[in-house]
Design a protein around this ligand. Sequence first.
Ligand code: PEP
Ligand code: MN
Length: 347
Amino acid sequence: MERPFLIAGPCAAESKEQLLSTAQLLFETVEQKKFHIHCFRAGVWKPRSNPKSFSGVGEKAFPWLQEIEKRFGFTVCVEVATPEHVACCEKYGIKTVWIGSRTSVNPFMVEELAQSVEGKDFTVMVKNPITPDLALWRGSIERFLEKGVSKVMAIHRGVPDSHENLLRNAPVWEIPVELKVSLPDIPLLCDISHIAGNKEYLRQIAQISLDLSFDGLMIETHIHPEQALSDARQQITPDELYKLLSELHFKQIPSSPVEKMLRKERNMIEHIDTQISRLLQRRWEAIDRIGVIKKENSIPIVDAKQFGKIKELYMHPFVDDPLSQEFIKQYLELLHQNSIQRQKRDE
Ligand code: PEP
Ligand code: MN
């Protein structure tokens, strides 16, 4: 398979105009310039948490997608969640589909879907299930392989994380890496949009996945991301996609194994530091809000009990590690002094 395998296109098909103009710009700014787009994506049936949210235009989008195939030569792919969806794709000659994370979690549905594509020459891309369960993901992929589907790929989209996190879905990189070890012949793509949840983090997630030897990327692309009916914050314009792709290192620049290892770890550190700096920003915002509440209610700024609680929170994971403990102690002191200064500033 040609690397990197690129999938681009909007989260959802919204209108003929939106779909065709996105495809046209992708063709002109990305495909014709430098990067081959292997698949144009568009969700036609959208699995939304809130029943009142935009849930896709359904079958109406297929003639638009056919036009995109004809005009720009893109292979089109859509999400399918039921055998009826598969039948609809067949009706319009669309033979590349992905199984979403809310479907790949359910062995009954996956089995039904596998039966519905049996013997029909579909390319099936299976996203990791919404729960962090490698065996379940592998099992969903194997259900298609067992039915003789020869073109099967895996897409990693992270897993929901109950902890307050800057990313929409936690990458848990060990899961796709393990999948690749156990199914080395299945191409592995990274859906950076659904991991990031915000276009600000796309580049770093993409680079980490490429450094981990992923075979390609899925990137949600919209002609006017700010007007998107779903996932507006994580979508980028075709121009932004071109810029993003231009900034990525796709091939390992010939270098020693040591240099490669270092680059991989440094990318990871860069990513972690971005997260820490954004989290600190959020922390300061909360500190400022607390400052206002204290001021309005004449509550003293320093609360020793509260500081003790936070100290415990930080120290807990490092009970057996004196070096880390010493760092945390100094760090907390700084953090605490800084909070006091911020709140005093507003007095
Ligand atoms: C999508 O790709 O638009 C989508 C709904 O993905 P996921 O199943 O990963 O949430
Ligand atoms: Mn989406």
